[in-house]
Design a protein around this ligand. Sequence first.
Ligand SMILES: Cc1cc2nc3c(=O)[nH]c(=O)nc-3n(C[C@H](O)[C@H](O)[C@H](O)COP(=O)(O)OP(=O)(O)OC[C@H]3O[C@@H](n4cnc5c(N)ncnc54)[C@H](O)[C@@H]3O)c2cc1C
Length: 358
Amino acid sequence: MDMAKDREKMNDINNPKSEIRELKLHDLLIVGAGPAGISAAYESKKLGLDYVVVEKGLIGNTIYNYPIGLTVFSTTNELEFNRGDLNPAREKPTREELLNYYVHFALENELNIRTEEIVLKVERVSEGHFKITTNKKLYESRKVLFAIGAMDFPRRLDVPGEDLQKVHHRFLETFPYVKKNALVIGGGNSAVEEGLHLTNFTEKVTLLVRGDRLTASQIAIDKVNEPNSRVDVKFNVIVDAFEGKDSKLKAIKYHFKDSDKIEEVHPAAAFVFIGQTPNTGFLKEYVELDKYGFVLTGHDLTHDDHAAVHKPLPFETSVSGIFVAGDARHGSTKQVASAVGEGAAASISIREFFRRSE
Ligand SMILES: Cc1cc2nc3c(=O)[nH]c(=O)nc-3n(C[C@H](O)[C@H](O)[C@H](O)COP(=O)(O)OP(=O)(O)OC[C@H]3O[C@@H](n4cnc5c(N)ncnc54)[C@H](O)[C@@H]3O)c2cc1C
């Protein structure tokens, strides 16, 4: 994924490239074709809604960007749209099996998904009527569902040297690190999963955790704590700087919270996994967000503009008619199973809204 280009496109909201107008008012425009968006599209089709999905990358783009060969930590029943559909060769699917399943699911169900088209702007024309500008077209829709995930902007430590080569903020394949030492910063699911994934080939992985415990899933924590695990965890660590030579990482300096003594490690690569920020900048002027940019919905809302119209429905934002499902939603669990469930539930909520107003 080319982040610089992505940002450029997002910043271009006041100057959309195209004025090609789609001559119809859709019931629902879904932004994003990840698990939440695909699930919402499938449910919308079953409910008879006239929907369209606009995806800036490829179907299952976040999964497409998982490292090649990754075995996911979820079991098949947590990843499927319909029970028993996903048949991995081993107990848990690889990135390739999961992506193959989602792409086939979208194709076989003839879901109306338009890829490589980015939503830049959403404007409310009137109650139940939105204009959506992409880099290719202008759409009109009665409702909009954001299923845009939260993978766009990895959070940074903001310490010196963070842009050196070999300091990564994304999951990468492990092959370049065969028999080398790697370092991961973070204690949540992403950091621990990447640490475990790296041990497939690396000599050793050091995990630097700011807090005093891991906050990943219990299965992942148990794997880290296995006697033969090659993940060495250090808690209560503050990273001070990445140091390099010829723009390449050479050392990482850190200290423990209760000490001023600076320690140093020299891994082949460092992976910073301290959270993600969704790309909701283009929504912030009208939809209520939390301090990290996640979208507030339902009873999490402190303000809403539609109290006079109706109480916010589940997954409805502070703007009547704009919904959000999956990782981009404040309070979501950042897992496929909940994204799939939320996508379907949001479509049902929207259908219910139409039914009531018919
Ligand atoms: C390496 C890795 C491994 C993981 N393993 C697991 C696992 O084993 N089990 C698990 O449950 N979870 C796992 N996760 C987390 C899981 O991928 C997410 O929880 C899930 O993808 C969230 O689904 P979503 O539909 O909400 O968002 P996403 O899957 O992120 O989909 C959002 C989509 O919206 C698109 N989009 C964003 N902005 C726009 C825009 N402006 N216009 C058009 N399109 C847009 C994006 O391109 C993307 O395709 C993993 C994550 C990573 C990174």
